[in-house]
Design a protein around this ligand. Structure first.
Ligand SMILES: NC(=O)c1ccc[n+]([C@@H]2O[C@H](COP(=O)([O-])OP(=O)(O)OC[C@H]3O[C@@H](n4cnc5c(N)ncnc54)[C@H](O)[C@@H]3O)[C@@H](O)[C@H]2O)c1
Length: 314
């Protein structure tokens, strides 16, 4: 891997990926429309990388003619939380945008690493969920991400574009921010923000719903392993920890690490919320030697430290 494009590189996962790729000395172009990403996430690399403000929905990609990426990490996305309010925009970004990425990759003969979402499986029929689990999309976002997976496989089969697909579990870590405008309230940042600002945290449902919480650097390591692989074109992998954590238990961890004790308030279940989720990473382990390294206590500690350093600008 010598030259890459990271779509959505100013976002949460994308910016951590950029950190790791910069360390490897790889030539990087970030394309992002900054709808959810922020320059602050990547400005420390400004001298070393190219940053282009660009909407992947745009049909004209000539702005990227001079770039010759061997790999495209496609992370740009319209957020799940907003997809019910604006399903058309969701389809534009997550389907048409993904097709534009694949078309560009075909022309440039680049590999593609596509980040999809494990929520596509809906309420699990068995646990841990594996790659064979049937799908049951609950939101336009899930449906559009799944269409992106199908297109990725088609471009591999018909056009020979080497695409590796990763369905991510629930990712958390530094730079993940609550974005009220986009209705984006990720679990760990929401709890940290509420507790650190002395507000009552809200738990929707009884808090016994579970998630597979994966630290962002573990995700990034595996995306890079996927990009360096040669024998897994057109395949899909779950990217997870195989650990089931209830929302109540995640709250307790945040409460312990922040040292703030406020009783959460419980409210009605969010539409489409899943009762249980835990995912096997066996397939990624066999293919790439992947296994997660950072546990929840360590990951949340890193998040809280980051939050305290950055809270004035959040
Ligand atoms: N964070 C998670 O828990 C999670 C879980 C499952 C899957 N994923 C997937 O991982 C990837 C990264 O997610 P994230 O959490 O970093 O999200 P994010 O919102 O932080 O990053 C996405 C980036 O894409 C940019 N973007 C949005 N629309 C765009 C467009 N039309 N053109 C160009 N850029 C655009 C945003 O500005 C943002 O910087 C996504 O594909 C997402 O579906 C994330």
């Amino acid at each position: 891997m010598n030259e890459v494009i990271v779509t959505g590189g100013a976002g949460f996962v994308g910016s951590h990926l950029v950190d790791s790729l910069v360390k490897e000395g790889i030539k990087i172009t970030v394309i992002d429309n900054f709808s959810n990403g922020v320059m602050e996430n990547i400005k420390q690399h400004e001298e070393k990388i190219k940053i282009i403000k660009f909407d992947i929905v745009n049909r004209d990609w000539s702005i990227l003619d001079d770039i010759n990426p061997d790999t495209i990490f496609h992370l740009a996305t319209h957020p799940r939380s907003f997809s019910l309010q604006d399903p058309i925009r969701d389809a534009e970004v997550n389907v048409q945008g993904t097709l534009n990425v694949l078309e560009y990759a075909k022309e440039k003969k680049s590999k593609v690493v596509y980040t999809s979402n494990s929520g596509i499986c809906g309420d699990p029929q068995f646990l841990p969920v594996n790659e064979e689990h049937p799908v049951d999309c609950k939101t336009p976002y899930d449906a559009n991400k799944l269409v992106g997976e199908y297109y990725s496989k088609i471009y591999y089969k018909i056009h020979g574009v080497y695409v590796v697909i990763f369905r991510l579990a629930t990712v958390y870590g530094e730079r993940q921010r609550v974005n009220e405008k986009l209705g984006w309230r990720p679990l760990i940042p929401t709890f940290v923000e509420k507790l650190e600002t002395g507000q009552t945290p809200l738990i929707q449902w009884d808090g016994e719903q579970t998630r597979d919480l994966i630290y962002v650097k573990d995700v990034v390591d595996c995306l890079i392993l996927g990009a360096k692989s040669k024998d897994h074109g057109g395949e899909m992998f779950l990217l997870s920890t195989n650990k089931e954590t209830s929302v109540n238990s995640a709250f307790d961890t945040v409460s312990k690490i922040t040292g703030k004790k406020i009783q959460p308030q419980y409210a009605t279940k969010l539409p489409g919320d899943l009762r249980r989720m835990v995912l096997s990473y066996e397939k990624a382990k066999k293919a790439f030697g992947y296994s997660p390294k950072i546990d929840l206590t360590e990951g949340v500690t890193r998040y809280v430290n980051w939050y305290r350093d950055h809270k004035k600008h959040l």
